[in-house]
Design a protein around this ligand. Structure first.
Ligand code: 4AD
Ligand code: MG
Length: 454
């Protein structure tokens, strides 16, 4: 047996440490002005001016310009820095100095450096400051994530996800995870990804955790699930992914109005949080934040009937009974500075599980929240059928295999109550926050009709 210490043991020298200088991340620079520190990162850019070189180091938390003066450094150190190529990994030691003109507000006066891996000129880093096509960049997504705009979008995504958890955790919801392999459809049978499950049994990748959420709500009162969901939709729009992340709250003893209230409150909370905590990222993304600061309650509320009339006055060809297209959604929100809430859709364009309107049973108690600026539907949800006989009839109308839904029917046999919830697509929400043209840049590794790599 080897007597070598475990590689992660905290004893012994750390291989790349240069000196006694304290290792910090660039984001912590303001707390270490005047101190000798070590930064560990990659070369973002290098400017040379005679006997001084200015490597800009990025370490994942930020960027800092370093100032390396030839006369202050051992010859090999200066030469190594001078010869750095884009994305070479290196560590650098020096003293932090406040510098109002520098990006980030600080500079590092270099006293030592060590190159970990120099990127070869024979195979230079493929993403250069020149313009690349989106396909090229998407093929290099594993590297593209290092670029400033992509990095900023993913940090906004992280903020949104943290905000979602915070909102539900602090409003009495319990996180109850739902399965990804499922025996039945939730959102229609035409968009299911079928998986070969050891040959005999058919299972599908989940389209939504909702049905399980309903069971969980009867156990915990208020629950949410949050994970990847899958749709075999052959749509090539800027709003569609085949794999996307959805957060879905579900509440027992809740009606459509309560569902709308929670959806509105969540969007207001998340938008304010992104504006507050991710101002720097939104700046990098050149987002016009005045478009987001107006996102406050109350949101305009329209019934489907009213929405159709409004669309017709705006020149849409929609007829009562039809579903909104992308252009309709954009038209619907064009006069508003915040999301629009539309409810009570014709039942026949909605999924099987919606509770019908009491006065007009041809309407489903479903609701969509449609974001402004052309971002479209970001939330869909509503009130569920709680009556056993009605649900049985709907399953039959939709030709859904009853045996796969027996457990779901149990929820209507054992203490059924009115209940409801919704789903919010993380990528659509993040695209709106960031002002991005396409949802593909809001997820680290997008899965789309023609893309499953890298
Ligand atoms: O409207 P959807 O299909 O609703 C449901 O799945 C319900 N079962 C949710 C629930 O009530 N628990 O999807 C909800 C949201 C949409 O509003 C949209 O934001 C997002 O999920 N979404 C997609 N995002 C990216 N790509 C796709 N292909 C999406 N399909 C839906
Ligand atoms: Mg929907």
């Amino acid at each position: 047996m080897s007597s070598e210490p475990h590689p992660l043991a905290e004893t012994g020298p750390v291989p790349v440490a240069l000196s006694a200088a304290r290792k910090i991340r660039i984001s912590e620079a303001s707390r270490h002005v005047g101190e000798l520190v070590e930064l560990q990162g990659w070369l973002y850019n290098l400017r040379k001016s005679g006997k001084i070189v200015f490597p800009i180091i990025r370490d994942g938390s930020g960027m800092m310009q370093c100032v390396a003066v030839k006369s202050n450094l051992p010859e090999p150190v200066f030469e190594a820095l001078k010869g750095l190529t884009q994305e070479s990994s290196f560590t650098v030691t020096g003293t932090i100095r406040a510098e109002a003109r520098a990006t980030g507000g600080f500079e590092l006066d270099v006293t030592d450096a060590k190159v970990i891996q120099r990127v070869s000129e024979d195979q230079p880093y493929p993403i250069t400051p020149k313009e690349h096509g989106v396909d090229f960049l998407m093929d290099h997504r594993h590297l593209w994530l290092r670029s400033r705009r992509q990095h900023a979008a993913i940090r906004v995504r992280h903020e949104v996800i943290a905000g979602i958890r915070e909102y539900f955790d602090s409003h009495g919801f319990t996180l109850v995870d739902t399965p990804i392999f499922t025996p039945a459809a939730c959102e229609g049978t035409t968009t299911l990804f079928e998986v070969d499950y050891f040959g005999d049994e058919k299972v599908y990748l989940t389209q939504s955790g909702q049905l399980y959420n309903e069971a969980n709500a009867m156990a915990f009162g208020k629950v949410y699930c949050f994970g990847p969901t899958f749709r075999a939709e052959k749509s090539k729009t800027r709003r569609h992914l085949t794999e996307f992340w959805m957060v879905e709250p579900e509440m027992a003893y809740a009606d459509l109005d309560e569902v709308k209230r929670v959806a509105e409150e969540l969007l207001v909370y998340l938008t304010a949080r992104v504006l507050e905590n991710r101002a720097e990222e939104l700046k990098i993304l050149e987002r016009d934040t005045s478009k987001l600061s107006s996102v406050r309650a109350p949101f305009p509320r329209l019934s489907y009937d009213e929405a159709v009339k409004l669309l017709q006055t705006k020149g849409s060809e929609i007829e009562w009974g039809g579903d909104f297209g992308n252009t309709d959604e954009t038209l619907l929100t064009e006069d508003y500075d915040r999301p629009v809430i539309v409810d009570r859709y014709p039942a026949h364009i909605k999924a099987f599980y919606f509770q019908p309107d009491e006065q007009r049973p041809e309407l489903a108690l479903g609701v969509d929240l449609i974001a402004p600026e052309g971002y479209g539907e970001i939330i869909g949800g509503g009130q569920r059928i709680h009556d056993l006989a009605l649900l049985e009839a709907r399953l039959a109308e939709h030709r859904l295999p009853r045996e796969a839904f027996e457990w779901y029917l149990d929820l209507r046999r054992f203490g059924t109550v009115p209940h409801g919830g919704f789903g919010m697509g993380v990528e659509r929400f993040v695209a709106w926050m960031c002002g991005l043209e396409h949802v593909r840049e809001t997820i680290p590794y997008p899965r789309m009709l023609y893309r499953t790599r890298p």
